[in-house]
Ligand binder design. Structure first.
Ligand code: XMP
Length: 532
């Protein structure tokens, strides 16, 4: 039990601007890796799109990284170097396209090659030529190149400190200012010393200390939230019971005060057994509070007679929209909402929209199934810059109970997509019992935390069985358990001998309506984790 204390401390925090490396994203598929590498090293980073007219005001920019990108500086409409970057007088590292922009700005020349160089290259280093890098920095020769333009003429104010064994100039440095450029990607693993180079840029060139990144992360996010929501804003926080929305809710309540954050969870009737009560209790324990909208009837009515998986997903998504709309516009609130809170992660941003940070408008998002623009709410996404492992770490620091942080992922449509075919309250109830037996057994045998995700599925298949002296003709249940790191791929969990047969026996003996249990032994791909 913490949190009332934690919450009030957050509300009165002083608003200082955190030291940050600013990454300007020119569209490289690797930009998020620059973030990830620097974060792993303990540095705070902020990523913005190149068209922002000013540097972000809520951070202290200590250095700037210009990312790579798919364009050539010669391409019409290619993004240009923001006019405020050089006058800001901060250390700069240009990577690939970023380096080309620097060369262009300082009067050097690139020519467009017809051959794209993509893959590992060998470098010859002369680090002593690199101004503003430590002379003792030792770099391995292998780097990862991805470019087709070649540097023909170095600007007069620059020197070279690295060329490929093919003679391509691949590392340059301004002779007096702390400005560096590299024609390879230090952020990818194949650049063997890339991490060392990024670390040297952060510590030596930008003079940053890595120790404080995580210590002050919650505070930094709090400042951002307060700046975005303003002194009068009121947030409707969409909660699913998962890690991301829970940590987001705690951060919002810390930053704004509990009275300006309304956490709302839609109970569509297809959650796991006891899940809604459990989540509600967790939120009480966290000192945040949670409103649960019981909308079983709405969802089951809409789903009656529907067995197509996509149609079921659409109906459930639309159900979420209807519930949030009703809640946001309902007469029960004296304080109109200004913002919608979501647990969007950096990986969601990469997958859906690229990392560029323009003005936020309401967008379709899998956590709530896409909210309509007429809600007129601005999105506030406290975790938008973070990866899942960082969210777990942050949640731990915020004293969110471990049992909550380490829960298996669970899909928004819930058991609705684990009852294969038509969904009915009785089938969901049957599946809830089987699922609970499986999950409780995993916990009891200390297997729960060794598995990425586990659950039961109910098939629309009946088969003949015998119980006592009776013939049965009942439903089939499938158990699924997978190992994964990001759910893009998954492998089947091999349990200790006897575990699955015990679970199967318990299910068949205690869940009326199920007389057969199978184990899904298909990896992803070719199967997916969920059956629908
Ligand atoms: P699939 O079935 O695509 O699932 O292999 C990959 C991961 O995503 C989860 N999942 C969802 N999560 N809303 C969510 O919030 C959804 O509609 C949804 N569908 C799948 C799934 O549980 C697994 O972790």
């Amino acid at each position: 039990m913490i949190p009332a204390l934690v919450l009030s401390r957050g509300v009165h925090m002083t608003q200082h601007r955190p030291d940050s490396i600013l990454i300007i994203d020119f569209g490289s598929q690797y930009t998020h890796l620059i973030t990830k590498q620097l974060r792993k090293l303990g540095f705070f980073t902020t990523t913005i799109a190149p068209h922002q007219p000013l540097p972000p005001q809520d951070i202290e920019v200590r250095g700037i990284i210009l990312s790579g990108g798919p364009n050539s500086v010669h391409t019409e409409d290619a993004p240009s170097l923001p006019s405020w970057v050089i006058p800001l007088n901060k250390p700069i590292l240009g990577i690939c396209y970023g380096m080309q922009l620097l060369v262009n700005h300082f009067g050097g020349q690139f020519s467009s090659g017809d051959k794209r160089e993509f893959g590992p290259s060998s470098m010859r280093w002369d680090v002593s030529e690199a101004q503003h890098l430590p002379a003792e920095l030792e770099l391995a020769s292998q780097v990862w190149m991805s470019h087709c333009d070649h540097l023909d003429q170095l600007p007069t104010s620059f020197t070279t400190w690295g060329t490929t064994t093919n003679g391509v100039i691949a590392a340059i440095s301004h002779t007096t200012q702390p400005i560096l450029g590299v024609q390879f990607h230090p952020e990818v693993e194949h650049s063997l010393s890339g991490k060392a180079l990024l670390e040297a840029f952060a510590t030596h060139t930008c003079k940053l200390s890595s120790a404080t990144y995580f210590d002050s992360l919650a505070e930094q996010i709090g400042t951002k939230i307060r700046n975005q929501v303003g002194p009068q804003g009121h947030v409707l926080m969409a909660v699913s019971g998962g890690v991301d929305s829970t940590v987001s809710a705690v951060l919002l309540a810390r930053a704004l005060g509990r009275e300006r954050v309304s956490c709302v969870m839609v109970d569509h009737g297809m959650m796991r057994a006891g899940e809604v009560t459990e989540v509600k209790n967790y939120f009480t324990e966290l000192g945040v509070g949670l409103e649960v909208l019981d909308r079983h009837n709405l969802f089951f009515e809409q789903l009656a007679g529907v067995s197509d998986p996509e149609q079921k997903r659409k109906i459930i998504g639309q159900g979420f929209i209807t519930c949030f709309e009703e809640w946001a516009t309902g007469i029960q609130h004296s304080n109109p909402y200004t913002h919608l809170g979501q647990g969007t992660l950096y990986s969601d941003v990469i997958e859906s929209a690229g990392a560029g940070h323009g003005a936020h408008t309401i967008k379709s998002h899998h956590n709530v199934g896409g909210l309509p623009e007429k809600l007129q709410l601005q999105l506030v996404e406290p975790l938008r810059q973070l990866f899942k492992d960082e969210v777990r770490q942050l949640g731990h620091q915020l004293k969110v109970p471990r049992k909550l942080l380490d829960r298996h992922p669970f899909p928004g449509p819930g058991l609705g997509i684990r009852v294969v075919g038509e969904v009915s309250p009785s089938k969901v109830a049957m599946l809830q019992q089987a699922d609970k037996i499986f999950i409780d057994s995993l916990k009891r045998e200390d297997l729960y935390h060794t598995v990425w995700q586990a659950g039961a599925i109910l098939l629309p298949v009946q088969s003949v069985g015998v119980m006592g002296d009776q013939r049965t003709y009942e439903w089939t249940c499938v158990l699924r358990a997978v190992s994964a790191t990001d759910a893009m791929t998954a492998s089947v969990v091999e349990f200790p001998a006897g575990f699955l047969t015990q679970v199967a026996s318990k299910i068949v003996n205690s869940v009326a309506g199920i007389n057969r249990v199978l184990y899904d032994i298909t990896s992803k791909p070719p199967a997916t984790i969920e059956w629908e």
